[in-house]
Design a protein. Sequence first.
Length: 484
Amino acid sequence: MLVIMDMSVLHLALPALSEDLSPSGSQLLWITDVYGFVIAGALITMGTLGDRVGRRRILLIGAAAFGLASVLAAHAPTAETLIAARALLGLAGAALGPSTLALIGALFQDPGQRSLAITVWMTSFLLGGALGPLAGGVLLEFFWWGSVFLLAVPVMVFLLAVGPLVLPEVRDPRAGRLDTTSAALSLAAVLLTVLGLKELASGGFGAAPALSLAAGAALGLVFVRRQLRLTSPLLDLRLFADRGFSVSLGTLTLTVVFMLGGQFLIGQYLQMVAGLDPLESAVWSLPMVAGGAVAMFAARALAPRVGTAHVFGAGLTVAAAGFAVLTRLNGDSGIGPAVTGATMLFIGLMPVSSLGIGMIVAAAPPERAGSAAAVGETTQELGGALGVAVLGSALNALYRERMSGSPQDGVPAADRAPVADNLPAALETAAALPAAPGTRLLETARDAFADGLALIALGSSLALLALAVTATLLLRRTQSPMPN
């Protein structure tokens, strides 16, 4: 929960942080992004390292580093120090995630108990994403911006005190030495891919994101070829021969694309079209969290009875219906359809994510559970970045298309290009205009954004229906890893 909270807990603190540290625009982007970048790039290495040197050891080392980096970030005197602290937080977070998930496999040998534990783990993941902005908002009411980082410290101290007493040490006794070349290749490939996707989402297609994506793909191919040659690879590619593993991984990737991509677009709609502030938007995300959590526990109970394949199909169909609700959005529809559609989206997709992670961990031999868990988490990171990039870029393109054909009476000539390029620029320009032209511009821009979101929702709904049929057919002969 804390690892995911640190993704978003900083957002509301950015104004106070900027006033105190005076970061440049580039430094501000690195402060917000470097944490997720490092987590995504280091997950595979940390998961495999846990299999080799011990998952409890990696978990405790990660906890100590996370606590120390949190204190450093909270008291950072300069922007450069904060960036370095956030990078260290990302490295420690990458150690914590796969270790916790792999230890679940060792602690709970019974498939039913393991299923429940993974569901609780996924619920914590879901709650962390939603509670980050809320916790940050509450702390900022009473303390300085650095306080948002200190939430983790008492928990990490508790883990360091109690973990050695209650957690077993689990490692692969036959594991060889860590291949540092493979570790560097995986880190660089994932970092470049995530960076390219984020650049694509923020600035559209261009030379920089294309080069980053191409370099990431090339290094990824080199990494795969190296794993096939090594006797003790960083990532055992034989895991992909298991149908439950490979189909669950593919479905999980696409699920996260639509879930986090949809969440990103809905968050923008709530703030820039419906007019909510970030804290209000976070509050209205709670129905999604509650609905997703209840659905995960319900799916765990249903999977042994009706089969995981049918739960996958049902969940994806519910999510498709949620996107169908979002097709009704317009500039005046308010928060009702957005919250309803988003809640249905999470109710449908969170069980797929939970069961998918469970199948990925269950399909791997016990000694490679850390590596399998890391692959699942890396897939979620890449899927989330891909969802934001693809759906965000598509919405930007649709917005520009609609605004380019709209009259902009009263808008200064110098502002017309930015206004037609993105909604934040249109909102800023509308606020500076006299009442009548400002109101017209505001309505036009919000309608263009909402219409684009509705069209993307229609395409996403059809894609999820196709995925529901495909996943059900491919997994129908795969035994559920979660019997009662």
